[in-house]
Write a protein that binds this ligand. Structure first.
Ligand code: ADP
Ligand code: MG
Length: 229
């Protein structure tokens, strides 16, 4: 088997809230290889987002190990962790998280500034990414001038622009109607067929059934890990 792209060992995240310890992620050991398409399911409050935030280097665990592409993420300092995040990870959120006063094109270009991609090539690359999600004709629209599905396509183009190793999507279809959600899933399928690893949180069995592996969380732990096909 190929070396895992993502490997966690005994990963834990506790939150301290009003003197009470909340075990959001508890003792999670999992490996995900390059090219997998994984759905993360589980009831509300079971730790899915906390787990995704740890994988995305948006948060640090209370204990445990996390290797991304064989790099021990927790041994990195803040600056290296931020660089890893910007080069290797693309995020897609339920509510799109686009900058409201920036055009679709500017939103897609933004990660290229953080990764210090050569300035003169940024716009052309961002335009290519928008084209690849079918939105070249909407490049100068503001997010409010786009439908939910179009906004999520912009967010996916933004997530892909730095050629990450992995896409982390936290309920990316949660704010969309069924038909639009399935169109967004087709886009993720296409990206996955192109080789990108995808980890996607969803409540909906229809959406999860499009992944090839389903991890189920309960009370912060993985209680089931099933390969679909
Ligand atoms: P899910 O995404 O599966 O709904 P979360 O990861 O958001 O679950 O939350 C897991 C648990 O951690 C919940 O009990 C939640 O209330 C708690 N939690 C999440 N974020 C915080 C935080 N920043 N501070 C305190 N508790 C939190
Ligand atoms: Mg969540």
């Amino acid at each position: 088997m190929a070396a895992p792209l993502v490997r966690t060992e005994g990963l834990c995240k506790d939150y301290l809230l009003g003197g009470e310890v909340i075990r959001a992620v508890h003792n999670v050991t999992v490996s995900i290889v390059k090219g997998e398409f994984v759905a993360v399911m589980g009831p509300s409050g079971s730790g899915k987002s906390s787990f995704m935030n740890l994988l995305g280097c948006l948060d640090t665990p209370t204990s445990g190990r996390y290797l991304l592409d064989d790099v021990d993420i927790l041994a990195q300092n803040g600056g290296s962790m931020a660089r890893t995040r910007s080069r290797k990870i693309g995020f897609v959120f339920q509510n799109f998280s686009l900058l409201p006063r920036s055009s679709a094109l500017d939103n897609v270009e933004l990660p290229l500034k953080y990764s210090r991609f050569p300035r003169r090539d940024r716009e052309a690359l961002a335009m290519r990414m928008l084209d690849s999600v079918g939105l070249a004709g909407r490049a100068h629209h503001l997010p409010t001038q786009l439908s939910g599905g179009q906004q999520q396509r912009v967010a996916i183009a933004r997530a892909m622009v730095n050629s990450p190793s992995i896409i982390l999507a936290d309920e990316p279809t949660g704010a969309l109607d069924t038909k639009t959600g399935l169109e967004i899933m087709q886009l993720f399928q296409r990206l996955n067929q192109g080789g990108i690893t995808i980890i996607l949180v969803t409540h909906e069995p229809d959406i999860a059934s499009q992944a090839r592996r389903i991890l189920r969380f309960r009370d912060g732990e993985i209680v089931d890990d099933t390969s679909v096909k």
